[in-house]
Design a protein around this ligand. Structure first.
Ligand code: ZN
Length: 204
C-alpha cells in the first residue's frame, strides 16, 4: 500500500492545516482505506499520531499508535482510530515538549491536560469513549487540535530547533535548541502563536 504525502506547513495544500475539518458521515470502504493508508504513512514517517488534514483530507479522522502499557517490556502497540472525536472532559495541566510531522525540525513546549475523556466513533460508526492520561492524553489533544485547524505552534510557550548531533559513542540524535522565533510556512512565529511577520508571496 502506497503511503500518503504528508502536508507540511508552508508546503503545497498547507491551508488545509489551518481549517476545521468536516464530520465523517460515510463509514464505508473509502474511509477504511483512508485509515489503513494513514496508519502506514504514520509508521513510515515515523510518528505516534496523524490527522487526516496532514494527508490533505478534510475529514474529522485521526490515527494514533502507542504502547498499550508503558511498563510492558514487550512494548505491545495499540492502534487508536478516532472518527469524529470530541474531548468531553479534561483535567490537570502539564507543560511538555512535542513535535509534529507537519512541522519538521521544530519542537514546542505546550501546556496540555493530563487527563482526558473523549467520545469518538470507530471505523464502522460505533460510538465509544476512551480515557487517556499523561503522554497519551497529550497525543490525543495534539491530534484533535489538528481537526480544528490548530497547530502546536499556536499554543507553544517555547519553540526549539532540532539540531542533529553525534554523541561520544557515535550515536546520532538531536539537541533541542531554544529559539525566540521561527518561520512556520510564510509566517514568522513567536511562542504562543504570536505572528512576528509575514512573508509576502512573490508574484508570478
Ligand atoms: Zn501534528
Amino acid at each position: 500500500m502506497a503511503v500518503l504525502e504528508i502536508v507540511s506547513v508552508g508546503g503545497p495544500q498547507s491551508e488545509i492545516l489551518a481549517r476545521p475539518t468536516t464530520r465523517v458521515r460515510d463509514f464505508g470502504p473509502k474511509l477504511h482505506q483512508l485509515l489503513d493508508r494513514m496508519l502506514e504513512t504514520m509508521r513510515e514517517a515515523p510518528g505516534v499520531g496523524l490527522a487526516a488534514p496532514q494527508v490533505g483530507v478534510d475529514l474529522r479522522v485521526a490515527v494514533i499508535e502507542y504502547p498499550d502499557d508503558e511498563d510492558d517490556p514487550e512494548n505491545t502497540m495499540r492502534v487508536y482510530e478516532l472518527i469524529n472525536p470530541e474531548i468531553i472532559r479534561s483535567k490537570g495541566a502539564e507543560c511538555g515538549q512535542e513535535g509534529c510531522l507537519s512541522i519538521p525540525g521544530l519542537v514546542a513546549d505546550v501546556d496540555r491536560a493530563t487527563y482526558i475523556l473523549l467520545r469518538a466513533q470507530d471505523r464502522n460508526g460505533r460510538e465509544f469513549r476512551l480515557k487517556a492520561y499523561d503522554w497519551l492524553a497529550r497525543v490525543f489533544q495534539h491530534e484533535i487540535d489538528h481537526l480544528q485547524g490548530v497547530l502546536m505552534t499556536d499554543k507553544a510557550t517555547q519553540l526549539y530547533k532540532l539540531v542533529k548531533k553525534t554523541d561520544e559513542n557515535g550515536e546520532e540524535g538531536y539537541d533541542a535548541i531554544p529559539i525566540e522565533e521561527a518561520w512556520i510556512g510564510n509566517r514568522l512565529v513567536r511562542a504562543e502563536g504570536k505572528v512576528a511577520g509575514v512573508q509576502v508571496a512573490s508574484s508570478r
